[in-house]
Design a protein around this ligand. Structure first.
Ligand SMILES: NC(=O)c1ccc[n+]([C@@H]2O[C@H](COP(=O)([O-])OP(=O)(O)OC[C@H]3O[C@@H](n4cnc5c(N)ncnc54)[C@H](O)[C@@H]3O)[C@@H](O)[C@H]2O)c1
Length: 314
């Protein structure tokens, strides 16, 4: 049995070169036609090019996920061009930020706005289209480990990702009567694997370069900041040694959007090598002692498709 999204049409918001592009590529490799949105038209176009050079079908639908007119316009472009819409991945977000002692009102408001309106408007208008056309679609919100547990230095992000998690459960209830499913996927600092991004930033990801700021996040020199002024090494505590790549996320999200997941709604999925399941007292084995995971099944074959290797959906 093969998982296939053939005949389905997908929209991925915020399809920048890291996770959004990885999910968009996966949906295309599993057979969907994929519309790539981003507020940065070049990022949307780059995601399209990546899909096309891997043999998939895609189009760029740039626009701001917080602007209702723009959302309606790019959704209309997708449905007018391809005649339907089955999958929406609400991936656009503003990352980073500061801790509660230092965050600005402007940044907090902007980050919350993108998460809140991005998820709300794209879910609302896509679901109205699906319901009106009898499409039993799948909507996936991209959350974060910061939405489930506390991390210092990201107060706006923690706030809006926590909100996304319960938005998903409530929207799942609103849309269950229509056969439309709403779930979240929670990335946990995946290591980028888009060749273009690696060429730009070098290999490795957050896990290889843990943040050097104090445990309260970036701060000043005031004496009262002493408790949070700690800059020692912070090795990641991941039971399997790695939290994977956007390709791992893509395989999971593609399955979540497939017909095999027809009754899965209001759930969260995570691919993190056991990071979230870990008890506070569990200390992972030393990296050199770990057996490591199975090899990754690649999705970006960049160039000629190699028919001798496994290509899901082929
Ligand atoms: N990178 C990580 O380690 C990590 C970890 C956990 C969760 N996530 C989540 O995964 C998703 C993607 O993360 P990423 O690392 O690829 O981030 P990224 O910053 O590379 O991509 C986010 C994209 O969203 C776009 N965007 C921002 N505001 C927008 C708007 N108003 N309208 C349309 N597009 C907009 C940006 O231009 C960008 O291309 C986000 O939801 C993020 O919170 C990332």
């Amino acid at each position: 049995m093969e998982i296939s999204l053939a005949g389905k049409v997908a929209l991925v918001t915020g399809a920048g070169p890291n996770i959004g592009s990885g999910i968009a590529l996966a949906l295309a490799r599993y057979g969907a036609k994929v519309a790539c949105n981003d507020i940065d038209p070049q990022a949307a176009q780059a995601a399209v090019k990546r899909i096309e050079r891997n043999g998939g079908t895609a189009m760029a639908v740039p626009g701001d996920v917080t602007d209702e007119e723009q959302v309606l316009a790019y959704l209309r472009t997708v449905t007018d061009t391809w005649g339907r819409l089955d999958i929406v991945v609400n991936n656009a977000a503003i990352l980073g930020g500061r801790g509660v002692l230092d965050e600005s009102t402007e940044f907090f408001e902007k980050a919350v706005r993108v998460a809140a309106l991005g998820n709300f408007l794209n879910t609302k208008h896509a679901a109205r289209y699906m319901a009106a056309h009898g499409i039993k679609g799948s909507i996936v919100a991209i959350s974060s480990s910061n939405g489930w547990s506390g991390s210092a230095g990201v107060i706006a992000y923690a706030f809006h990702k926590g909100g996304v998690n319960n938005f998903v459960r409530a929207a799942a209830m609103d849309l269950a009567p229509y056969g439309i499913r709403v779930n979240s996927f929670t990335p946990t600092a995946p290591t980028p694997d888009n060749p273009e991004l690696i060429a730009q930033r070098g290999p490795g990801g957050v896990l290889d370069r843990p943040r050097a700021a104090g445990i309260g996040g970036e701060g000043g020199d005031e004496p009262w900041r002493r408790p949070a002024r700690w800059t020692g090494p912070r090795p990641p505590m991941v039971p399997m040694g790695t939290t994977g790549t956007p390709t791992d996320i893509g395989h999971c999200v593609a399955w979540m959007c497939s017909d095999y997941a027809r009754l899965i709604t209001g759930c969260d999925f995570v691919v993190d090598g056991g990071a979230r399941a870990k008890n506070f007292a569990y200390v992972p084995a030393a990296p050199a002692d770990l057996a490591g995971p199975l090899p990754l099944i690649p999705l970006d074959v960049t160039g000629e498709l190699d028919r001798d290797t496994v290509h899901p959906g082929d």
